[in-house]
Design a protein around this ligand. Sequence first.
Ligand code: MN3
Length: 199
Amino acid sequence: MAFTLPDLPYAHDALAALGMSKETLEYHHDLHHKAYVDNLNKLIAGTEWEAKSLEDIVRGTFKDGAVAQNGIFNNASQHWNHSAFWQMMGPGGKSMPAKLEKAITDSFGSVDKFKEEFSAAGAGQFGSGWAWLVKDKDGKLKVTKTENGVNPLCYGQTALLGCDVWEHSYYIDFRNKRPAYLTNFLEKLVNWDDVAARL
Ligand code: MN3
């Protein structure tokens, strides 16, 4: 089964006033994400992974601690990550649903504390990677960071929110200011309804 690039759930210019430009989404979705999908399809053709679900490929090809993951893992995980990332953002300044606010407050003490921890994780990820809010196997919410394409599925966690901190995600709009990109992401871009639905 060949994978396909999902459409953005909004127009390319829908987030421009919120700090993510049309140009960023054209490069990031139409070129970067598409390349992951195309590479994945090429790499799995004729292999045992061809008929598997994306989640099964991510879990089945992950090798913990490996700095250089194999191509199938890298492209499968990045396809999964980006497909979720587009959904986790949105226009319209959505406020945080009460059940999510309670879960975050229970785990981190306050929404502000969570945001501090999430921003610090994203800013502190050396090189390319992702910052995450996850629901761990024990049901608790935690902030994590991962390198390259590694994601919470690899550790049996549920991804509630992820922020791409590869330079291609912020360099057009924020240049080298990754912390400013993270603050803007949390304050303006996150679709909290989507995050709550993943709880
Ligand atoms: Mn990316």
